[in-house]
Design a protein around this ligand. Sequence first.
Ligand SMILES: Cc1ncc(COP(=O)(O)O)c(C=O)c1O
Length: 343
Amino acid sequence: MEQAALKYDFRSDTVTRPGAAMRAAMAAAEVGDDVFGDDPTVKRLEACVAETIGKEAGLFVPSGTQSNLIALMTHCERGDEYIVGQQAHCYRWEAGGAAVLGSVQPQPLENAADGTIALADIEAAIKPDDPHFARSRLLALENTIGGKVLPADYVQAATALAKQHGLLCHLDGARLFNAAVASGASPAQLALPFDTVSVCLSKGLGAPVGSVLVGSKTAIARARRWRKMLGGGMRQAGILAAAGLYALEHNVERLAVDHANARTLAQGLAKLPGLTVTAPDTNIVFVNVEASLAPAFASHLARHGIGIVSSYGSTRQRWVTHLDVDSEAVDYALSVASAFSPQ
Ligand SMILES: Cc1ncc(COP(=O)(O)O)c(C=O)c1O
């Protein structure tokens, strides 16, 4: 495929580059050896995220993948299982880490189009205490999932069902702040039914690195040991934590701008022939492209410097809005997309 230099990058909200003010905050960070517990900026970040999300303690980790793995290993022992959606990041997109490194068996279940897993499926998957079976230990949900905000009453019902059967609950809240801004609920409200929640600083919030896992003091003490074992103990990590603190202070409310840009993008693309667009709840737009147009449309976008993720022979595209694509980028993308004409 002919590829021009990327002009506007809609591939993911992970592509943002820290701006001058964030870099200045990083340069000025007070640091120490965090493995000794000496880094004041890391401590401040962990306390700040824990408080915002309404949990006792937090743990700064290098990535969302490691955060989810640590949570699964914190809750589940060897031979336990976690119930999870087929589309969930901590099942599908994390290289099987829970099974490989944690000896924890995933029990994946179908996600509906809105990201939910049917309650009846969850109930049927919870296994009785019988030596034939892995021990059902945890329900893992994701919010947002594929950019969709999980319905609040669904989360309530699914976590209540899990608890009724003695399961713990983990939330992959990589984009919890997007869910909060879109729904009007506070991050703490969304996190309330969960024992642990993982949030990412390096997605819509625009920090270069890092996630924070929050939960009870006991859970986070266990998690800290797993982080060390997985190689995630970082030394003068206050430089990175400072970017996270900056992001929390400056980049949460503005997620509403990304959501508005995603809506504009979706509405514009939906007008074009051959495209079927799912209306976004937050900052992720999925577009299905008629198979006969798909490769040529993907090349046309690439030729004009528009970065998107496309798969399945380019028939399914993902466009993500973020800090580094503003309304001008959306207008440009729409004008390029409108100018497409199949040969
Ligand atoms: C929902 C979700 N969870 C977890 C992750 C993992 O984060 P990381 O890329 O920092 O490992 C991602 C990454 O895109 C994600 O989208």
